[in-house]
Write a protein that binds this ligand. Structure first.
Ligand SMILES: [Fe+2]
Length: 322
């Protein structure tokens, strides 16, 4: 805690009751791993070696256009803690790039070592997502059919600047309900607003963040964790696996009267919301404006860049991080 601001990343025990308190301020939490750190590290290395064989791609640009050199694949399940889908028709409707999904299916079918490593990481991610779901009382406030229909997309990413000085992902909130990630190197930067940033060293735990659909579903009671990823040429290769939990796309989800004071259903329109997340004057405008993520300029609103956000306090952008 500093100058009245909550920590942007809060290390917590497995007690679900702390989750909502952290998420009400848009903070991420870190949940300690259940399995031994050595086993997680081994799985990360196995996944990283496999990803190194894949083509380099350019990723999501975020609000300020930072791009990645990265290699990635994704796999997915319907329901939390369920088996991964193995057929193209099962994942074709999900919100993810088709090539990355095809690469994930290829691993599950043909590369048992890498598939086993993904499964080790998936178990930890699922466990963390479950703590978050319980901490937000979703298992009590949503009908069982709604929880059974959630999707979890697990993306494994290897970041290694090859074609540019900096690789990464620009400033953004995740466009889903809850994200949980395991990573092996620094690079993730969580942003609370100008001059309010933390670049945590990887800890023996899973980082869990509220996403923008949770914000929309809760009428703003649970703001998203805004973040970016930045890797410089010469930094160690970074590997991450993120689980993106979302309500089923295009469905009506009951709202929480406890959080919102109303019970009209929430309609989940994933791609529409994802586009709107990147608008300074869209559905998240109040949040972006209150936190200083946007500035008025030339009669319109624009996002502050990553550099502007980080330099808000410390000037030396790399000096102020943990
Ligand atoms: Fe993200």
């Amino acid at each position: 805690m500093s100058s009245g601001r909550p920590d942007l990343i809060q290390r917590v025990s497995d007690r679900p009751d702390v989750v909502e308190r952290a998420f009400r301020s848009g903070s991420a939490i870190v949940l300690p791993w259940n399995s031994a750190a050595a086993g997680i590290a081994r799985a990360m290395r196995t996944v990283e070696r496999y990803l190194a064989t894949l083509p380099i791609e350019t990723s999501f640009r975020g609000a300020d256009g930072l791009e990645a050199d990265r290699q990635s694949l994704w796999v997915a399940s319907t329901g939390l803690g369920e088996q991964l889908h193995t057929g193209l028709s099962d994942i074709a409707h999900l919100d993810g790039d088709a090539d990355g999904g095809a690469r994930g299916l290829e691993v599950l079918r043909c590369h048992p070592d890498a598939a086993g490593a993904l499964s080790v990481l998936k178990n930890e991610i699922d466990r963390a997502l479950r703590v978050a779901v319980e901490g937000l009382h979703l298992h009590e406030e949503l009908p069982p059919a709604c929880l059974q229909a959630v999707t979890v997309r697990y993306r494994a990413i290897r970041y290694a600047p090859v074609q540019r000085e900096i690789a990464g992902i620009g400033v953004h909130p995740d466009g889903n309900v809850i994200s949980a990630l395991v990573t092996d190197q620094p690079g993730l930067t969580v942003l609370g607003g100008p001059g309010w940033a933390v670049r945590p060293a990887p800890q023996a735990g899973t980082i869990v963040m509220p996403g923008s659909i949770l914000t929309r579903w809760s009428d703003g009671a649970l703001p998203p964790t805004v973040h970016a990823v930045e890797i410089h040429r010469g930094d160690p290769t970074k590997c991450t696996m993120v689980g993106f939990l979302n309500f089923a796309d295009g469905t009506d989800v009951p709202r929480s009267p406890r959080l919102t004071g109303r019970d009209e259903p929430f309609r989940n329109e994933v791609s529409e919301f994802k586009n709107d997340d990147m608008r300074p004057d869209g559905g998240l405008a109040d949040f972006y404006s209150d936190r200083g993520f946007v500035v008025m300029e030339g009669g319109g609103a624009r996002f502050r860049t990553f550099a502007e956000l980080v330099a808000g306090r410390c000037g030396d952008r790399r000096g102020g991080f943990g």
